[in-house]
Structure formats: structure tokens, C-alpha cells
Design a protein around this ligand. Structure first.
Ligand code: DHB
Length: 389
């Protein structure tokens, strides 16, 4: 198979890149190991920066994000059992949109199908080769075992945190840290507990009260990475979540049946550089962030924007100057998001080995951030997303 841009990975990053390239008339092929249903049912974060929403609406993916998504003008930081609302609109004149990442996938996949895009699901990449030449290649086999070789000008690894493409290149610099905790995530059939998302720090650990719709809610609580979901009855989960938001104001979560439970492990990770010859990594393949603050998908879209402009310029001018600058430019935003996600995670979670001093210090940090307009603006600016270059 011959194409201009070969894209490994059909999640939001790979599909968005494919969509943008196709709109410019740049031939491309997407190969994805999972099937459509599996990705559609993989629950991830749900917060889109305004820049990410714009990438969906301005490029004609679909307007469903505007009709089904919920605009949020702030969040609630809860600690010592007290709520501290942050009003992003007032602080930095920006908002975010709550729209689940699997819905973003559904919209992008539908747009690729509508526009005649070549997206091969259930196709496993087995080899990437000739990355340092001007015709990089990869091999894949489809679900019936038929083997193919793809010849392209540019190969993009958008194949997620366990990226085959990334692991095919050795000897580069990987930066990473692990966290001694994970998230227990649930979906429940219940009304909203509060108008805005609640990020809670408590002596029992972190909790996040998020939403999906008027009737379905998403919540998480910090847990041990080895936690088994089968040990957790609905009653036990509600007791744990409620403990973490309890306070003198008597705030009560609105409960309902829980229909999805998952333990989500996470880490901070960056591969440098994000390119190797004619192969370029985008999204989780190149870097992953802990979920606190929901930067993952937004960062992936920011990569795709920079990479798309570089590829477009390559075909328009014949110069690969922007392709060569891709890694450095994308990494500037990556490290800001790494800092933000690490900071939010560290400030809001509790460590079993933390000394009483460290626990009190974190509360001092939360008081500093919420107690000053500058502090609130610092958080609000990062949460809502820095301008795209
Ligand atoms: C959600 C996930 C996040 O990590 C976050 O910071 C906010 C919201 C969510 O799944 O709704």
C-alpha cells in the first residue's frame, strides 16, 4: 500500500490528524489494533479546552460537542471539608467543555467514514522500518491474518501510551515518574451532585466528582493501584466517596446504581525527542500525564495541530523545516502540561508515607492558591489551556 502519511493508532489523535490531512487533500491511512466498539466503550476523561472544541467545530468534524457537551465556567476545590469555587470565566475569561473522550472518538470516526477516510480497525502493526530514509514503512496484519506493507513519506505514531512505534526506537531519552496511587473510576445513574466538578483533598484521599449528563455521573477516588473492583460493592464505594467530600456544610452526594467500575493506573512520561527520522510521535505515544486536570486529550490535539501544520507545509513547500521543529515546539506545551498535571496530582492526593508536616503543607498550598486572585488565576489559566501557537 502506498500513501503519503501512514498513521499508526486510530484514537482521537490519529483520527484528528487523518481528518485534517484529508481536508487538505493529503492522502493518508490509519491503522488501529482495537475495534470501533472497544474504543467507544473505553471511558477516559471528559474535559475539553476551548482550543480542542474549536478543532472539532472549525474543521467540520461535528457540532455534537456543542449540543451535547456542557460548558463549565469553573471548578470547586474542596479541602478541610470546605468548598472553594473558582470562576474561570471571571478569572481568565475562559471556559472548558465537559464532553466525554469516547464521544470525541465516535464523532471523529464518523467524520472519517463520512469523508471516505481509510481507517483499518483490528489491524495490528508488526514492524516499522526505514525510519531514517525518506520512505518509512510499516507492516501490519488484519484480523484475518492477511499481511500488508505500507510505504509512506511520513509515519506518525499515535498509538497510545504503550506505543509500538515508540518502543521500536531505542536509545532515546525517556523521562518518567510513577505514583503510589491509582484512581477508582465509576459511572452511576444519578442526578448531578453539584453544578461544577469537585476536586476534593481529604485525609482519606482525593476524590473527583465529575459528570456525564443530567442522569449519568462520573466519579473517581484515589485508591491503591492493586485494588480489585470486585471487592467494592456499591455501598462501600458510596461510603468511600462520601467520606472524602464530607464537611461541616453537610454536602451529600446524590447516589444511584453504579454500572461501571475501573481501576486506572497512571504515570508521568515523556519521550524526547518526539521524532526519529521520518517518524513522529503524537499524543500518549510520546507523553502521558496523570489524569488530574484532564490534560491528556487536549495535549494530544495540541500535538496534532503542530504536526498537521508541519506536514501541510512539507507538501506545500517541499521544505521539512517545520517537521524538524515539531518535537521542540510540541514539547514546550508538553512540559507545561506535565508540570500542571503533576502539581494538581501532588497537591490533591494523599500519600500513605506522608509526614504530618507534608499533609499540613499541602493544605497551606491549597489555601494559598484559593486565597488569592493570582493563585486562582494561575490554576485557571493552566486548566483552561494555554493559547495554541
Ligand atoms: C474527568 C476526568 C479528569 O481527569 C478530570 O480532571 C476532570 C474530569 C472526567 O472523566 O469527567
Amino acid at each position: 500500500i502506498k500513501t503519503k502519511v501512514g498513521i499508526v493508532g486510530g484514537g482521537p489523535a490519529g483520527l484528528m490528524l487523518s481528518h485534517l490531512l484529508a481536508k487538505q487533500g493529503i492522502d493518508n491511512l490509519v491503522v488501529e489494533s482495537r475495534d470501533h466498539e472497544t474504543i467507544r466503550n473505553t471511558h477516559r476523561a471528559g474535559i475539553l479546552e476551548a482550543g480542542s472544541v474549536k478543532m472539532l467545530t472549525d474543521t467540520g468534524v461535528d457540532g455534537r460537542v456543542l449540543t451535547e457537551g456542557d460548558e463549565h465556567e469553573g471548578i470547586d476545590l474542596r479541602f478541610n471539608g470546605e468548598s472553594h469555587p473558582l470562576d474561570f470565566k471571571d478569572l481568565v475569561d475562559a471556559t472548558v467543555t465537559l464532553y466525554a473522550q469516547n464521544e470525541v472518538f465516535v464523532d471523529l470516526a464518523a467524520a472519517r467514514k463520512r469523508d471516505g477516510g481509510d481507517v483499518r480497525y483490528e489491524a495490528e502493526v508488526t514492524e516499522v522500518l526505514d525510519l531514517e530514509t525518506t520512505t518509512p514503512k510499516f507492516r501490519f496484519s488484519d484480523k484475518d491474518g492477511a499481511a500488508f506493507e505500507v510505504h509512506c513519506d511520513i509515519l506518525v505514531g499515535a498509538d497510545g501510551s504503550r506505543s509500538f512505534c515508540r518502543r521500536a526506537v531505542t536509545g532515546e531519552q525517556d523521562y518518567k515518574i510513577e505514583y503510589p496511587f491509582a484512581w477508582f473510576g465509576i459511572l452511576t445513574e444519578a442526578p448531578k451532585s453539584a453544578p461544577e466538578l469537585i476536586y476534593a483533598n481529604s485525609p482519606h484521599g482525593f476524590a473527583l466528582i465529575s459528570q456525564r449528563s443530567e442522569t449519568v455521573q462520573r466519579m473517581y477516588f484515589q485508591c491503591d493501584p492493586a485494588e480489585n473492583v470486585n471487592d467494592w460493592s456499591d455501598d462501600r464505594i458510596w461510603a468511600e466517596l462520601q467520606k472524602r467530600v464530607d464537611g461541616p456544610d453537610g454536602f451529600q452526594l446524590k447516589q444511584g446504581p453504579i454500572f461501571d467500575k475501573t481501576v486506572l493506573a497512571f504515570r508521568s512520561f515523556v519521550r524526547e525527542p518526539l521524532s526519529h527520522g521520518r517518524m513522529f510521535l503524537a499524543g500518549d505515544a510520546g507523553h502521558t500525564v496523570p489524569p488530574t486536570g484532564a490534560k491528556g486529550l487536549n495535549l494530544a490535539f495540541a500535538d496534532v495541530k503542530v504536526l498537521f501544520e508541519a506536514i501541510d507545509s512539507f507538501y506545500a513547500t517541499g521544505s521539512d523545516a517545520l517537521l524538524e521543529g515539531y518535537s521542540d515546539l510540541a514539547l514546550q506545551r508538553v512540559w507545561k502540561a506535565q508540570n500542571f498535571s503533576y502539581w494538581m496530582t501532588s497537591m490533591l492526593h494523599t500519600r500513605e508515607d506522608a509526614s504530618p508536616f507534608e499533609t499540613k503543607r499541602a493544605l497551606g498550598e491549597l489555601a494559598t492558591v484559593t486565597g488569592s486572585r493570582f493563585g486562582q488565576q494561575y490554576l485557571a489559566e493552566s486548566y483552561t489551556g494555554w493559547p495554541h501557537k
